[in-house]
Structure formats: structure tokens, C-alpha cells
Design a binder for this molecule. Structure first.
Ligand SMILES: Cc1ncc(C[n+]2csc(CCOP(=O)(O)OP(=O)(O)O)c2C)c(N)n1
Length: 381
């Protein structure tokens, strides 16, 4: 019976890996749960910080391993070269390689397909794990990582996990992905405990949909965009298909250069990946920008792994701390309607508390260039 996740973790244990960090990819969600249960594990807000954290752990004598999606390498490359490689520190990178095997999301192609060339260009050695039969090769490479203090990337195809009989535990916000002993006590965190919401992202998009009419809308990658398309498609919707963390920056760019009203539908995980953009938005202060942060406390599009908003972060306080003067927190249909009705001079930050969950809706039948054309036509009209 195939248990590729267990086989991989057995090798990691044998080679003394004792510190792990991850940012989720849907294709390795079972592996991530098992890593978090097996090793000391830190959930990350951005792949790049993991490089720094693992460098610190390596300095203290640990044997670190990171688990990320191929897209995440784009967020890590400078730190990998100017920190880990430069100081000759060990780091094992387990990369869920997308854009390569039975890929349905075209936005995964550019990074996934060019990854070997990017790593080769950066002088980072890599090996390909195409099927579960390749897992055995990890042992030799891991030996080298820790003996010679270097980086090695394992490019793991989704095919490796096909037919796996490893059980996926049900992941809820607050599940085992967080090391409970290290978790902040919510009562000691500003704004926490947050009110208990009942609405899902889909419910919330349904409520705000009438207020989006005729506005430029930038929607976050993954399920949020699919749900928005199914609830209210309009030519002025910019559906992100990749580039996590860029929803608010894109909306900010539009609002600064066009007279249209702009609404960003962002997510907690994505805002935590790139929170500095809230400072830039507060500083630039476009009046026509509304950011709707749907905070379900989870990476909803990759399997509901909890984000830190469920543990210690108050996104409304974050926006205020970065300089937003107009912020509001809402969690019921009445409150959301009220917040959307009020004609506001922005920039406005609407923190909408939600429960995790995706609506089973169809894919967006437009490709990236069609989406771009429609939005360009709208913005330039
Ligand atoms: C750089 C990068 N890292 C990881 C991913 C995988 N990924 C895609 S969507 C997503 C979760 C987004 O979570 P959130 O912003 O909270 O929105 P939700 O899906 O919960 O609405 C992740 C981790 C990615 N696409 N890019």
C-alpha cells in the first residue's frame, strides 16, 4: 500500500531534520499536516521569511527543511542566495512543483516550468521526484545538505502523492498545523478573541455583489475569483489566477491611476504575505479605493490550513497601525450591507470575519488575456 508521505518523513527523521517551516500548496496538504504532526513546525506568512528563520535555526545547530509551492521560490530567491548560500548554511527545500503534471491552473505554468532553469541559474542543486519511486533518492541528497552546509531543492511532482493511502486529517482553522505550545494566547493579543462569524466567503461575496456594480474589482486568486465569477461576472472584474499577495497592490495601482471606484477582495493569508502594501496604500491614500479583507482565518484555497489571524493577528488593527483612518470590522449580513452602503471617501479597509469553506463552483471560462482585455477596456473607457 503506497504511503509516500510516510516514506519521505521516515527519511527526514533518519537524517536528523529537526526544524520545519511551510506555506501551503493544495497538492501537498496531507504531507504538510503530517510534517506538522511529526516535527517542530512553523507556519509561515511568506516563503522568504522561512529562509531567514531556517538560517537562524541552522546557526543554532538545527537541521531545517522547508515545504513550499514552486511559486514560493519566486519569493525566496534573494534570501536563498545572499543569506543561506552566502553564509554556507544548510537548507532542504521540498517544493511542490506545479505547472507540470495534470495542471489545471495556467498561472502555475510560468514558475513551475521555469523552476529548474531558475535554480540552475542560481547555482542551487535540485533533484526531481517525479513518482513515489524517486523518494529513496532523498536520503543521499539530505546527507550532503547537512554534511556540506548547502541548499538542495527537491522538486516534487503531484504524481508522487497519487494513490497515497496516507490519511488527511480534517483541517480546521486552529488545527494541528499550529504548534499549540508555541501559540499566542488569543486573550493576550490586541483585538482577540475576535467575534465568531458564521458567513463563508461565498455568502459575503453574495452580499457585497450589488455594491460592486460598475466598479473595478480585483479579486484574490483561487476560490475567491471563482466564486465572484459565478456570483457576479462583469467586464470590470480582474480575476487573479496566480501571484498571491498582489490583489491589494493591483487595486492600489488602478486606484492611483484611474478615476474609477476600485474594490479589492483580498484574503487574510494573502494580506499577511505582503502586509507592507497596506502602509503604501495608507500613504498614497487614494480616495477611490476600498479593500475588503475576507478573513476566514485560513488558506481557504489550499485546504483551509490556519493563518495567524485565527491565532494572534487583528487585520483591522494592522490596517490602522499602517495608517488607515477609515476601517471597520463586520461579520453579519446587516453590518456588511451597512458598511457597503455608506458613501465613503477612501481609502477604506473593511475587515470581514468569515468561516472557512469554498463553494463548489465552476472554473472561470476566460483566460488571462481575455480577463486583461475586458478590464483594460473598462479602465480606459
Ligand atoms: C507565493 C505563493 N505561495 C503559495 C501559494 C499557494 N496558494 C494559493 S492560494 C493560497 C491561499 C490564499 O489564502 P487567503 O489569502 O487567506 O485566501 P482564501 O483562499 O482563504 O480566501 C495559497 C497558499 C501561491 N499561489 N503563491
Amino acid at each position: 500500500m503506497p504511503h509516500p508521505e510516510e516514506d519521505l518523513l521516515a527519511i527526514l527523521k533518519k537524517k536528523g531534520v529537526d526544524f520545519t517551516a511551510s506555506l501551503p500548496c493544495e497538492k501537498i496538504k496531507t504531507l504538510l499536516e503530517m510534517v506538522a504532526r511529526t516535527f517542530r513546525h512553523l507556519p509561515l506568512t511568506r516563503e522568504e521569511e522561512g529562509v531567514g528563520i531556517c538560517a537562524g535555526a541552522a546557526l543554532a545547530g538545527r537541521r531545517p527543511a522547508m515545504f513550499v509551492q514552486s511559486s514560493g521560490i519566486g519569493n525566496m530567491i534573494n534570501a536563498l542566495l545572499s543569506l543561506t548560500a552566502f553564509y554556507e548554511l544548510p537548507l532542504a527545500l521540498f517544493i511542490s512543483r506545479r505547472g507540470f503534471y495534470k495542471e489545471k491552473i495556467e498561472a502555475q505554468f510560468p514558475m513551475g516550468q521555469k523552476l529548474p532553469a531558475i535554480l540552475a541559474g542560481a547555482g542551487i542543486t535540485y533533484s526531481k521526484l517525479n513518482t513515489r519511486n524517486d523518494i529513496g533518492s532523498v536520503e543521499r541528497e539530505l546527507q550532503e545538505v547537512f554534511a556540506k552546509n548547502r541548499i538542495h531543492a527537491f522538486l516534487m511532482s503531484p504524481e508522487v502523492w497519487e494513490g497515497s493511502e496516507c490519511e488527511s486529517i480534517k483541517v480546521d482553522a486552529g488545527s494541528k498545523m499550529h504548534d499549540e505550545s508555541k501559540k499566542a494566547d488569543p486573550a493576550s493579543c490586541i483585538g482577540h478573541p475576535l467575534p465568531r462569524p458564521t458567513l463563508t466567503r461565498y455568502d459575503i461575496i453574495k452580499i457585497i455583489a450589488p455594491y460592486l456594480e460598475g466598479k473595478a474589482v480585483v479579486s484574490n486568486l483561487g476560490w475567491p475569483s471563482k466564486e465572484l465569477y459565478n456570483i457576479k461576472h462583469q467586464p470590470s472584474n480582474f480575476y487573479m489566477l496566480g501571484s498571491m499577495g498582489m490583489a491589494t497592490p493591483i487595486g492600489l495601482g488602478i486606484s492611483l491611476t484611474s478615476s474609477k471606484e476600485v474594490v479589492v477582495i483580498d484574503g487574510d493569508g494573502s494580506l499577511l504575505m505582503n502586509p507592507g502594501t497596506l502602509a503604501t496604500a495608507a500613504y498614497a491614500a487614494p480616495k477611490n479605493l476600498t479593500i475588503i479583507a475576507i478573513d476566514n482565518g485560513a488558506y481557504g484555497s489550499t485546504g483551509n490550513q490556519p493563518t495567524l489571524t485565527g491565532a494572534c493577528v487583528d487585520l483591522e488593527a494592522v490596517a490602522q497601525g499602517f495608517g488607515f483612518k477609515k476601517t471597520i470590522r463586520v461579520w453579519s449580513a446587516e453590518q456588511i450591507n451597512e458598511a457597503m452602503k455608506k458613501p465613503q471617501e477612501g481609502p477604506t479597509f473593511v475587515h470581514v470575519l468569515a468561516v472557512p469553506g469554498n463553494k463548489d463552483v465552476s472554473n472561470i471560462p476566460l483566460n488571462h488575456l481575455e480577463i486583461k482585455k475586458l478590464v483594460e477596456n473598462f479602465l480606459r473607457s
